[in-house]
Design a protein around this ligand. Structure first.
Ligand code: IMP
Length: 180
């Protein structure tokens, strides 16, 4: 961890452990989608780093698209009311889709995205989330590919933020207390 950013943080998942797990997920997706037209949909902003690493471990021809959402919650709590800021650029017809998310907490956000994407004509839709906080689930969502289960702690780094900070940290860290 570097510089002044580490104050108030405690490493939960070091970069090396994340890289190992991402490689395994990439290999599994490679095996599952051989000879199938595949699109990975990254959910911005939190999943950008995970998606960038994951697609480099998928040894298949594939495309990438993005959705950006805003949730009407505060910075550490999801309200489940979601607005689409950026929708998909392409039709999903004739393609298999893997939705790539950073973390599933209550499940409300992903439940909304899953419904939206399933209505767009894909051959199949699966979900890949780097992190899962099962202790806080309010809506059941199918997690077909999962990186790590974590306890009910607010985490930052590796794309995840609090108030737009800490996304650049290579490790995933617990927020012990908010720093200025
Ligand atoms: P859910 O709708 O409660 O499942 O929340 C999902 C979204 O809330 C994620 O995509 C994140 O953007 C955000 N979120 C939930 N927990 C955390 C966390 O521990 N750190 C950073 N963002 C989080």
């Amino acid at each position: 961890m570097h510089g002044t950013q580490k104050e108030g943080l405690e490493v939960l998942l070091p970069a090396k452990e994340i890289a190992g797990r991402v490689e395994i997920l990439g290999r599994r997706i490679t095996l599952d989608y051989e000879n199938k037209p595949l699109i990975l949909i990254g959910i911005l902003k939190g999943a950008f780093m995970f998606l960038a690493d994951l697609i480099r471990k998928i040894d298949l021809p594939m495309s990438v698209d993005f959705m950006a959402l805003s949730s009407y919650g505060n910075s550490t709590k999801s309200s489940g009311v979601v607005r689409i800021i950026k929708d998909l650029d392409y039709s999903l017809e004739g393609h298999h889709v893997v939705v790539v998310e950073d973390i599933v907490d209550t499940g409300l956000t992903l439940n909304y995205i899953y419904g939206h994407i399933k209505s767009r004509g894909a051959l199949s839709v699966k979900i890949c989330s780097l992190l899962d906080k099962p202790g806080r689930r309010q809506v059941a969502v199918p997690l077909h590919y999962k990186g790590f289960e974590i306890p009910d702690e607010f985490v930052v780094g590796y794309g995840l933020d609090v108030d737009e900070k800490y996304r650049n940290l290579p490790d995933i860290c617990k927020l012990v207390r908010a720093s200025e």
